[in-house]
Design a protein around this ligand. Structure first.
Ligand code: SF4
Length: 235
C-alpha cells in the first residue's frame, strides 16, 4: 500500500530499539485533540511512499534498524496492511502496530500469524459507547464493539502490549482514567500521554491547558493498583 510518511529512525517509538516509523493516512475517528490532523484529509498529490520503496529502504538499513512501527491515522483501515507487515517481518524486523483497536478481526489475524511483536492500543475513554462518542466524536457501534474485542485480545496476547490514553482536561477526569485502568486490570503497561495543545484537529482544543505534571502523577497513582506498569509520556 501507499504510505503518507516515513521517519527514517526513531529512538522513542519502539522502546529499547531503533525503529523506522511509517505513517498511514485516514482514520475512522475524529478525536478533537488529534495531533496528526493532516493524516485525516485526502492528499492533493499521490502518497509519497509505496511498499517497494519502503522494503528497499528497510533492506539497506538491515543491521542498523531493529524495528518498524506502523502508525496513523489508523493503519488497520487498509486491507493491505497484513501483507505489508508480513514482508517487513520477513526481512527480520521487529514489527509494532499503533492502533485505535477498531478492527479486531485484522488484529486477531496478525496475532495468530505471529507477525506482531508489539501493539500499542489507544483507549480513548472509559469503555462505554457514550463516553467513546464524546471523545472520538465519530465512532460507529461496530467500531466500539471492535474496540472492546481488541482490548480482550490484547489482554490475552503473548507479545509486548501497551495501552495508552491521551489525557485531556474537560474530556477525562480522574474517575475516567481510573475506570480505564480498572477495565484493563492485569495489563502489562498503561501509558498516560500528556496532551499537547500545539496542533489539534479542533482548533478550540489549542486553548486547553494540559494537566500539570503533578496532576498527571496523581492520575498515574490511581492506575497503579490495576496495571503492572504505569508511565507518563510527555512528548
Ligand atoms: S487521535 Fe483519534 S482521530 Fe487522530 S489518528 Fe488517532 S484515533 Fe484517529
Amino acid at each position: 500500500m501507499k504510505y503518507a510518511g516515513l521517519l527514517k529512525q526513531s529512538l522513542i517509538d519502539y522502546p529499547g530499539e531503533i525503529a523506522a516509523v511509517l505513517f498511514t493516512r485516514g482514520c475512522n475517528f475524529r478525536c478533537p485533540f488529534c495531533h496528526n490532523p493532516e493524516l485525516l484529509i485526502k492528499p492533493r498529490d499521490p502518497e509519497p511512499y509505496d511498499l517497494e520503496e519502503i522494503l528497499d529502504f528497510l533492506r539497506q538499513r538491515r543491521g542498523f534498524l531493529d524495528a518498524v512501527v506502523v502508525t496513523g491515522g489508523e493503519p488497520t483501515l487498509h486491507a493491505e496492511l497484513p501483507g505489508d507487515l508480513r514482508c517487513m517481518k520477513d526481512l527480520g524486523y521487529l514489527v509494532k502496530l499503533d492502533t485505535n483497536g477498531s478492527h479486531a478481526a485484522m488484529l486477531e489475524g496478525l496475532l495468530q500469524e505471529g507477525i506482531l511483536d508489539y501493539v500499542a492500543m489507544d483507549i480513548k475513554a472509559p469503555v462505554d459507547y457514550k463516553k467513546y462518542q464524546q471523545v472520538c466524536r465519530q465512532i460507529s457501534a461496530d467500531d466500539f464493539f471492535n474496540v472492546r474485542s481488541s482490548i480482550q485480545l490484547l489482554l490475552e496476547a503473548e507479545i509486548a502490549v501497551e495501552f495508552r490514553t491521551t489525557v485531556v482536561p474537560y474530556l477525562h477526569n480522574a474517575e475516567d482514567i481510573e475506570a480505564i485502568a480498572h477495565y484493563i486490570k492485569g495489563a502489562q503497561q498503561y501509558t498516560l500521554q500528556q496532551f499537547h495543545p500545539r496542533v489539534t484537529l479542533d482548533p478550540g482544543y489549542s486553548n486547553i491547558a494540559p494537566y500539570s505534571s503533578g496532576e498527571m502523577e496523581a492520575l498515574a497513582d490511581r492506575c497503579r493498583p490495576y496495571v503492572k506498569e504505569v508511565s507518563i509520556l510527555n512528548l
